[in-house]
Design a protein around this ligand. Structure first.
Ligand code: B12
Ligand code: SF4
Length: 470
């Protein structure tokens, strides 16, 4: 084994057409095994801009390698390495940069992405990162790649005013999964099964959610920008369907799709008329706005095939919702659940596919009591068609609550394990054994006690397997 490693690392570099390599980041092996994966729009956008500007990049992916040794030949022989670093890919990015420098001692490593914006100190601390771009990269990437030496080590990115200015991503610049059977069933560069049947087309219509939930509040670190015009979204989907389709599911990747009534009305008017097929889609909303604009919500479900409704209900307890600054109440959550249940019944009675509620739930929020957690379980069980995505609360840098808990020394997440798994223990002082027992159904009697007549859910029994990776 040692000999093999020595040989791998010391083989002469293969000749490359391009001097630059973009490395897609994620769990080793994710695109090797037959499992779901999602493509990175940041990488897609920036590589498209570079290629259109005559600065092509080669591509490798940590997700297509089973081990670091397997990645070695793909990293060797380049002058520049580019990466999009998010908090959960920071450990992989560090390791990749170290390896790249070992293999290409005179090479330059250029990084950007959300972790550079929210945790600059940790990025600075990696000596192998030569240039660190904070914020949006679309306005600087070309100059930066052309002449990195004219930029300081840490630089501010520049945003387009509107997503209308972004070029359409050339999806063939995304990594190809290595797994052949998966590939055969899911015509790349469309994506495999997730929420709905494959092939999937993922798309962004907006960049930032304007709310300020304490565990997220992305609008404090991602600059606001104009939304992608409705017709441009539909044109892109039609193009993808013609070129790579037939598409069967659309995933609108926006943090918050249900946010602007004027835009949504235009979507209701145009999507059913102008899309080659009104593909059923996944998109995110909030309980309080569903309650504020119920007619709009109903029309979206009934007229545009919104079939996987993602609402971060987060908790069934007002106390916890307040800690999270969710600005939604137990009543808002109950209203949204009830409306989705009713709409589902109506569609089912007509022999049509009912919408499912895909809901993020957090357990182990600081200050949460057992009764709060029972209320969350009761709330979940009142959803008739539910796909819960349950996670132990994670104090991510960038969010107000995350920064506070990190500063107080309560976070168990470190730069080596930002890599998140929903069931990792993330905070000091939280009784995770209780939560595991709760999800395994050991407190079902206590949960049922307060559930009354509303025990409707198709999530009866153990919820342990709902600690799923997004
Ligand atoms: C789509 C999405 C997903 C998708 C797809 C992820 C993927 N493969 O890309 C799915 C659903 C899988 C997902 C999952 C998760 N996500 Co997510 N996701 C998003 C979302 C909504 C959009 C990302 C996106 O495409 N943005 C648009 C592109 C264009 O922006 P970008 O990638 O940041 O790139 C720009 C800049 O950063 C910069 N840039 C990027 N790279 C580079 C490189 C260079 C060299 C330069 C110069 C510039 C540069 O320029 C780009 C153009 O402006 C964001 C929220 C957001 N608004 O960004 C959250 C977000 C990235 N996700 C987040 C989280 C926490 C997660 C999860 C951990 C959630 C969970 N608890 O399970 C998981 C982890 C997944 C995993 N791999 O394990 C956080 C990350 C926080 C952080 N500090 O990093 C975000 C910010 C949401 C939030 N507000 O909390 N996610
Ligand atoms: S949790 Fe959801 S609603 Fe709250 S700020 Fe983040 S994306 Fe917006």
């Amino acid at each position: 084994m040692k000999l093999f490693r020595f040989w791998i690392r010391n083989r002469t570099a293969p000749p490359h057409e391009n001097p630059r390599l973009w490395l897609d980041l994620g769990d080793l092996g994710e695109m090797v095994r037959p499992r779901s994966y999602m493509q990175d729009h940041g990488l897609g956008l920036l590589r498209t801009i570079l290629h259109q500007s005559g600065l092509p990049t080669d591509l490798a992916s940590t997700r297509s390698a089973r081990s670091w040794d397997e990645l070695v030949p793909h990293l060797r022989g380049y002058e520049m390495l580019l990466m999009n670093v998010r908090s959960y890919t920071y450990p992989v990015a560090r390791r990749a940069a170290e390896l790249f420098k070992e293999l290409n001692p005179t090479g330059t490593v250029v990084v950007g992405g959300l972790h550079a914006t929210v945790a600059l100190d940790e990025m600075r601390a990696v000596p192998h990162f030569d240039h660190i771009c904070r914020g949006p990269g679309e306005g600087v990437i070309v100059d930066l790649v052309k002449s990195p030496e004219s930029f300081p080590r840490v630089l501010e990115g520049r945003s387009a005013k509107s997503m209308a200015e972004w070029p359409m991503i050339d999806r063939e610049l995304w990594p190809k999964p290595a797994y052949r059977r998966l590939f055969a069933r899911n015509p790349w560069p469309l994506e495999p099964k997730k929420w709905g049947p494959p092939p999937l087309a993922t798309i962004l219509t907006s960049r930032v959610c304007p709310w300020r939930c304490a565990f997220c509040n992305e609008n404090s670190y991602i600059p606001n920008m104009g939304r992608k015009p409705v017709e441009a979204v539909i044109d892109e989907l039609n193009f993808l369907d013609r070129k790579y389709g037939p598409i069967r599911t659309v995933v609108i990747h926006d943090s918050m799709f249900f946010q602007n009534p004027t835009y949504l009305r235009e979507w209701i008017d145009k999507y059913p008329r102008l899309a080659r097929k009104p593909w059923p889609y996944w998109a995110a909303g909030r309980a309080d706005t569903v309650r504020a604009w119920p007619e709009l919500f109903e029309r979206l479900v009934l007229e545009t095939n919104w079939r996987w409704i993602s609402i971060g209900l987060e908790s069934g307890s007002d106390r916890v919702l307040r800690t999270l600054n969710k600005e939604c109440t137990e009543e808002d959550n109950a209203f949204a659940i009830d409306l989705i249940n009713q709409l589902g019944d109506r569609l089912e009675a007509q022999g049509k596919q009912p919408p499912r509620l895909w809901t993020n739930i957090m357990l182990g929020v600081p200050g949460e009591t057992r009764e709060d957690a029972f209320k969350t379980m009761r709330m979940l069980r009142s959803v008739k068609r539910c796909d819960p995505s349950i996670a132990f609360y994670a104090p991510y840098p960038g969010s107000a609550l995350g920064y506070q808990l990190i500063a107080e020394g309560k976070s168990l997440m470190s730069k080596d394990n930002y890599h998140r798994f929903p069931d990792d223990e993330k905070l000091k002082g939280v009784d995770y054994d209780f939560y595991r027992a709760l999800l395994a159904g050991r407190y079902d009697a206590e949960v049922a006690e307060g559930a009354g007549a509303s025990w409707l859910a198709d999530v009866r029994g153990t919820l342990s397997e709902s600690l799923t990776k997004a």
